[in-house]
Design a protein around this ligand. Sequence first.
Ligand code: URA
Length: 440
Amino acid sequence: MNPVAFIETKRDGKENDLSDIRELVDLVTKGDVADYQVAAWLMAVYFNGLSGEECRIFTESLARSGKMVRFPENLSPVDKHSTGGVGDKTTLIVVPLAAACGVPVAKLSGRGLGFTGGTIDKLESIPGFRAHLDMRDFIAQVRSTGCAISGHSGDLAPAEAIFYELRDVTGTVPSIPLITSSIVSKKIAGGSSSFVFDVKCGSGAFMEDQRSALELAESLVDLSASMGRGSMALITDMSQPLGMWVGNAAEVAEAVDLLLGRGPDDLRELSLRLTASMVHLGRPSISLDKALSLAERSLDEGKGYRKFEEMVRSQGGELDRFQEKVSRREHLSRTVREIYAAESGVLTRCDARRVGDAVRLLGGGRLSKKDAVDHGVSCQILRKIGDAVSAGEPLARVYFSGEGVRWEEARAGLVRAFEVGEGAKPPKLLLGSVGPREGD
Ligand code: URA
């Protein structure tokens, strides 16, 4: 393959040769091609896109660039992926809940980066929890317990990580074919038979408008089908944080609360809908409506909670110790500050991105991949869009460690996150869906 001609082809809006795409991924995996040439091709894709077939071959090559998880033939797990949000702790709920409904779940998760949180960071606030399982243990646990959540191993789809790092520093992340291939390649390498995608839409998401969220959702479902995997995508609101807590340990506590029947309505509704989609994909004889009733019953009967306990125990976590800390509020950092409403009215804005940024700035998230996170940093959302507020009442309560300049900056962002006006309604949570579509 001639890399210059390869770049020129895409620059001129033509289709690349499929074997050249395979070769590019191979060269990137071995480190045998210059970063500037890969970056130039990525920019050409950013402007000119990839055809369905180019995208399929690119994704397949990324997925095959390293090891692949292979489940035994009689085990067909479902995986779930969120495109990233603020306060999104649904994975902690839907993985055990779908398993409690009889569908094996093999969930590979990442760490938080940027203003969005990551499931692995959240789970690591449970003492002893092993967030990285080797492939054998991962498969064994899905078989014995019905579910497992593990950090994405560097052995799976290694080329995807190389492309992603280059995209991150060349302004080429927000490209639908590149996002789609990045997500689906990791899911394929993770070995599951079907996927549920939660495509977030709003200020706290990659896709800020519904049109592009729908385009991404269709692209994810179409690509999965072309690679023989059934899938569904839900498009869900991320204009304000999900639930009432943002921050690692606090989100685990909120998820556990929900599994015990106590959590907020938006988190419950989304968790049930995602679980229903997973159950329907894993057990197609159960209609979506029936799957929703089954998910509801399993949640209300505590089956989801018991499965969560079992999963955490299997992965070395001590849920009792975590819950003891929660009961003494020791899972939250010690310094507490509040953000107040300047006037009376109705809350018209509770900006997910600004809340996520503030939590990250205070140490609850990371600015670069190597940063450590402080699990106790969190923001409790006291009022959400559509709630009546009175001047002087607290809108959010923030927990962090120490004082210092970071708080002033975070406070300024949080003050701008909230807006009081007139007549706002709570945003619709479910904005659309794509699929289910069977694998070809
Ligand atoms: N999430 C991913 O995994 N990949 C992208 O490219 C964007 C979001």
